[in-house]
Design a protein around this ligand. Structure first.
Ligand code: 3HC
Length: 312
């Protein structure tokens, strides 16, 4: 039951950096905020497997295929950790997937863009996973225990994802003129959607005030975005890529000033009008339906095991 006393005690725990665990009392608004953010994070991990999964059979070498397969498998595992962590808040996996298929839950807009060349595998690993690392390293300190522990586990794998992407881009930039052009075009396709991953500007972020008060977020959208920009521009320049922003400049404090994001595009893609929104959800729903028999078999197997244990 929510009253001033338990609200006060809850906020005192948050302020004292005590992790909130599933069995602890929490305000319903805090629980709903976490279900929303954590499930959307999980959906993003799983939908994010599509643009890369399309390239596993078309990788340019056996080594490249092994690396990409490992990365895509990791993303599926990240989705699993995050769905399991979300279920500790008392919501079922089925319900979360239903909300996704009904368009009531989001996933990162960056995954609604096409990946037409092998260089897109490099740009996604380097930029999308690079942005995810900045966001997720910060989320390791989130106030909800299961989310924080999932982030610690996920971050251990993300740096491999970012490095393999950057290696693809660096290799292409040492290649033929055509390969350099392919890498530059992929950079231009993924630069701005990666900056959008950090969400709207702090002043336009309706969720941030609660997120910061409850220490779900430890740094703001704009602060994290700036960290990513300051880290990534030197990496791009090191391998000879041209920053897709005519106005960017290095400031005296070592940070970069960049043009503003096209927020009409941001909200338009989130509303469902991106290049791949329909296809991503259709493919996810088809895979979910085709996998029904696997879930049923696993449940039947588990029930049989439990019966045998009872009889033993
Ligand atoms: N794509 C889709 N929706 C976005 C978005 C984006 N890039 N940025 C913001 N939004 C949505 C928010 O979900 C919110 O909508 P909602 O209220 O319906 O959920 C609305 O826009 C307003 O944004 P806010 O900033 O107010 O919302 P948040 O406080 O939740 O901040 C966030 C948005 C920064 C994405 C935050 O939710 C977050 O940190 N989420 C966890 C990280 C995450 O989900 N990353 C996605 C990528 S996972 C990934 O990249 C996997 C990698 O391994 C490849």
């Amino acid at each position: 039951m929510e009253n001033a006393k338990n609200l006060e005690e809850f906020q005192a725990k948050i302020d004292a950096e005590i992790k909130i665990e599933p069995k602890d009392w929490m305000p319903e608004e805090y629980r709903q905020h976490l279900i929303r953010q954590m499930s959307q994070h999980a959906h993003s991990e799983v939908i994010g497997m599509q643009p890369e999964g399309n390239w596993i059979t078309r990788s340019p070498s056996l080594r490249a295929r092994k690396i990409l397969m490992a990365k895509v498998q990791d993303e599926g595992g990240h989705g699993l950790y995050l769905y399991c962590a979300t279920e500790t808040l008392g919501v079922s996996r089925e319900q979360l997937i239903k909300w996704l298929h009904e368009g009531k839950a989001k996933y990162a807009s960056v995954f609604n863009y096409p990946s037409p060349t092998w260089a897109d595998m490099g740009a996604i690993g380097w930029l999308v996973d690079g942005a995810a690392i900045v966001n997720q390293v910060s989320l390791q300190r989130t106030s909800y225990g299961p989310y924080s522990r999932a982030m610690v586990r996920i971050c251990k794998e993300e740096s491999f994802h970012q490095r393999q992407g950057y290696e693809i881009m660096a290799t292409l930039m040492e290649g033929t003129a055509e390969q350099k052009k392919m890498a530059q075009e992929a950079f231009e396709r993924w630069w701005w959607p990666s900056l959008m991953m950090f969400g709207p500007h702090d002043g336009d972020s309706p969720r941030s005030s609660n997120a910061m008060k409850w220490k779900i977020k430890r740094e703001t959208n704009d602060d994290l975005r700036q960290q990513f920009i300051d880290k990534t521009i030197p990496q791009a320049e090191l391998i000879g890529l041209k920053i897709p922003d005519a106005n960017y400049k290095l400031l005296e404090n070592g940070s970069y000033e960049t043009s503003d994001i096209d927020w009409d595009e941001f909200w338009n893609v989130i509303k469902g009008n991106g290049p791949c929104n329909t296809q991503r959800i259709k493919q996810h729903a088809a895979a979910h339906d085709n996998g029904q028999w696997v879930r049923e078999a696993a449940i039947a197997y588990n029930e049989k095991k439990e019966q045998q244990l009872k009889l033993a």
